[in-house]
Write a protein that binds this ligand. Structure first.
Ligand SMILES: *Cc1c(COP(=O)(O)O)cnc(C)c1O
Length: 405
């Protein structure tokens, strides 16, 4: 049974640290990691946590502690990973339209790099030749994922080198004597269908005969987690079996035992996160009842940005009579978290919790309207510990240069 924080625990933590507040449950992250390890125990699989989902250094340290590796989307994330104590060989930098100078920095830090353009690959070849192994981020032309905004592998996507341009990759490899160790794909987020991963493998397997030094197939992230009650996530156990079969077949066919890498973000941290807010105002407008909370798209933008669903509960009175609400924020934009949501009767001052708030929640928060970002708390070994204090006005002013005249 997945571990959950009870309404009572959440309420106590919210009272102690104030709201709006992100709360993460370390043991729940561990549980998800163990589930992956178990599902892939018969394959040579390594998991790199896609840390853009949640980068608080304490969370990174926890993931390091439980043995997970880390995948980064910017050179600053690479720096954070090293600061959290990850050894360079446990850090992967998967690039996306980045300046070559960041790739040089990644190499100087000794981390793995996946390159996503022919132009950067050429520069890489000129600079490093065969001396530094490299991964190629390919675009497999597969449409997958929860919706178009989070789909990254289709034939109009900006991500990766289009697989039809593999000849260009091959000629750079030959010309510059590149050491191509990894093929990478990441087709999107919230991929429920195991067959999507299978199609990705098929595209890559078709190419391996041209790449004699290839050791790793990196299938990216994108495992889906359940959002609505009763919904199902990616069947990682089935995926584990499927990957084993495919890799066994390849081993027989080519006499080569490849490793598989994954870069789960959401899967590891989404369900471990809770976002607690407080209701400022109830407003009746015709037959709509607005519950206006002390937060908005400045703190949790996923519902407005992607139309994502977050389950919400009234933790101050979970047994109250069900009523229908529009849950809205307090910034000067239309920031609707949920429409026509049935919740136990809300009073002003009640605490509401948003579930599945661990991934892309705090990370996408901003100071829009000059409001403070939420604080963050990590529950670890049954203790709630502050891991990011709330902003102050000084924080908001910290990087402004106030002109004197
Ligand atoms: C965002 C991202 C991931 C993680 O995606 P999730 O949907 O959070 O699992 C993995 N790999 C790359 C390259 C990414 O950009």
């Amino acid at each position: 049974m997945p571990q959950v924080l009870s309404h009572q625990q959440l309420l106590e933590i919210a009272n102690e640290f104030g709201t709006p507040l992100y709360i993460y449950h370390a043991e729940r992250i561990t549980e998800q990691y163990h589930r992956l390890q178990e599902a892939f125990k018969d394959t040579d699989a390594t998991f790199f946590y896609a840390c853009k989902a949640l980068t608080n250094v304490n969370v990174l340290k926890h993931l390091k502690h439980i043995g997970c590796n880390i995948d980064c989307s910017s050179i600053n994330e690479v720096r954070l990973a090293l600061l959290a104590g990850f050894e360079p060989e446990r850090v992967l930098y998967t690039s996306n339209n980045i300046a070559f100078s960041e790739i040089e920095e990644a190499v100087s830090l000794g981390v793995h790099v996946n390159i996503d353009s022919v132009s950067n690959l050429q520069k890489f070849g000129e600079r490093y030749g065969h001396s530094y192994p490299v991964g190629i981020r390919l675009r497999p032309n597969i449409m997958a994922g929860g919706n178009l905004k989070i789909s990254t592998g289709h034939n109009k996507s900006k991500f990766g080198i289009p697989v039809e341009d593999i000849d260009q990759v091959l000629s750079v490899m030959k010309e510059k004597n590149l050491h191509v160790r990894t093929f990478h794909i990441h087709t999107g987020s919230e991929i429920k269908d195991v067959e999507v991963f299978a199609r990705g493998m098929e595209v890559l397997f078709d190419l391996i005969r041209h790449f004699p030094e290839l050791e790793v197939i990196d299938l990216g992230g994108g495992f889906k987690v359940p959002y609505t009650p009763g919904e199902e996530g990616t069947d990682v156990e089935r995926l584990g079996k499927r990957v084993k079969e495919e890799f066994d077949t390849i081993a027989k066919k080519y006499g080569r035992r490849l490793k598989v890498w994954f870069e789960p973000g959401k899967f590891l941290v989404s369900e471990a996160g809770y976002f607690v807010v407080q209701v400022n105002v109830l407003k009746q407008s015709g037959d709509i009842c607005f519950a206006g909370v002390n937060s908005g798209l400045n703190h949790l933008i996923r519902p407005m940005f992607y139309g994502s669903y977050h389950h919400i509960q009234n933790i101050s009175d979970p047994g109250g009579k069900p009523e229908t609400y529009h849950i809205v924020g307090n910034v000067c934009e239309t920031d609707t978290f949920a429409e026509d949501r049935v919740l136990p009767k809300i009073k002003e001052g009640d605490f509401l919790v948003f579930y599945n708030a661990g991934a892309y929640g705090f990370e996408m928060a901003s100071n829009y309207n000059s409001r403070f970002k939420p604080a963050e708390v990590l529950v670890i070994n049954n203790k709630a510990r502050l891991i990011r204090r709330r902003d102050t006005l000084e924080d908001i002013l910290a990087t402004q240069v106030i002109l004197k005249d």
